[in-house]
Design a protein around this ligand. Sequence first.
Ligand SMILES: Cc1ncc(COP(=O)(O)O)c(C=O)c1O
Length: 432
Amino acid sequence: MRTAVPGPQSRRLAEVLSRHESRNVTFLSENFPVFWQRAAGANVWDVDGNRYVDFTSAFGVATPGFSHPRVREAAVRQCERLWHGIGDVHPTAEKAALCRRLVQCTYGRSGAAARVILCSSGFEAVEAALKTAHLATGRSRFVAFRGGYHGLGFGAVDVTGWEFFRVPFRAVLAQCADFLPYPGCERCPLDALRTQLEALLSARRHAAVVVEPVLGRGGAVVPPPGFLRMLRKVTVDTGTLLIFDEIFTGFLRTGHWLACDAEQEMPDLLCLGKAMGGGFPISACVGDAAVMDCWPRSEGEALHTSTHLGNPLGCAMALAALDVLEDAGTVGRVRDTAAMLEAALRRVASSCSRRVRCVRGRGLLWGVELREGENFSAARKCAKLVTRGLGRGLLLLGGGERGNVLTLSPPAGLSQAQVDCLEQFLLGELSG
Ligand SMILES: Cc1ncc(COP(=O)(O)O)c(C=O)c1O
């Protein structure tokens, strides 16, 4: 670290932002945030020259590390030719290639046909999936899970299981979701949940069940084995579609290519984003062809599109990002980093059991759930860890609906020394 954090340049920029950005967007305080300037691998530098080890991958995007040379080369090459197009009118070769590639690396793995709707943000991919489910079934309700996070568009937030995001807009939301508890531990029995789900779906009013195969923002909650299988069985039995939101968990985040591979279950509709774009805001709803073909053939006006759909720079970067993610070297680095991280966090859990309720996760997605203290709330402690970590050169994020879970989603390729830094920091903050 070169300066106290935030350094003078970060403070000056915070002052500018405080005057010009909507005040709800960026949390600004005496000791937060720092302004990022550049990043490479697992390191981020701020505008004051301080270097951090990143345990967030910038919300789970930079799975292979920041500024990957193959993605950068693809971006530069594409910029020299065409960096935006006219998406649903005159497409590009890059868009065709990305749609084909996304089918190949999802449904195509078992030879099934699928179709893609490209979008920009993750929430748009969720909204494309919700619209598809409605068109395909004619039904208008959804089952979703408490603690599930699907983004903040009007449709996506309506199926997001966090009251915090829904309550201010309740009067204008369709309120089309029925929420069930997410099975919150690896040993949770599924029988009661199955009964509740069957009761809801037996009325045949629900277009789809929307679920994250592992809760991401909800605090790295890994459901018990058999959860996805149970959802698949009950949805098939009731003619309901199944949507897996793998925006966070997809593309190696949990160690599997897709988190649903852990149970070898594919949904009818799959939402992808984050790591897929190699840092470009691009996402996709990919679905079984028979379901996706509920959309009528375009007669000139698309029912669901957007200005930047299939942006050629985004498609080129996504194609390169998928090359990198599929590379055996990346897969190995994910496995090695995941093993180091898990071992460190398990040591923290066993040494700090007075403060740590549990450590859970899979692959490169882990949560350290804090216990409520006598003199402070777990959420306050978690927020404090994030700010104190910053001062020690560690980029951390809180998570969980109650803000009580330190959530770690680092890039692959962390060194043992970098993981040791995290472990020492957490032991220092949480033991005793
Ligand atoms: C599982 C999941 N779905 C959807 C979203 C929304 O994505 P975006 O913020 O790109 O709209 C997120 C974002 O964190 C997410 O984790």
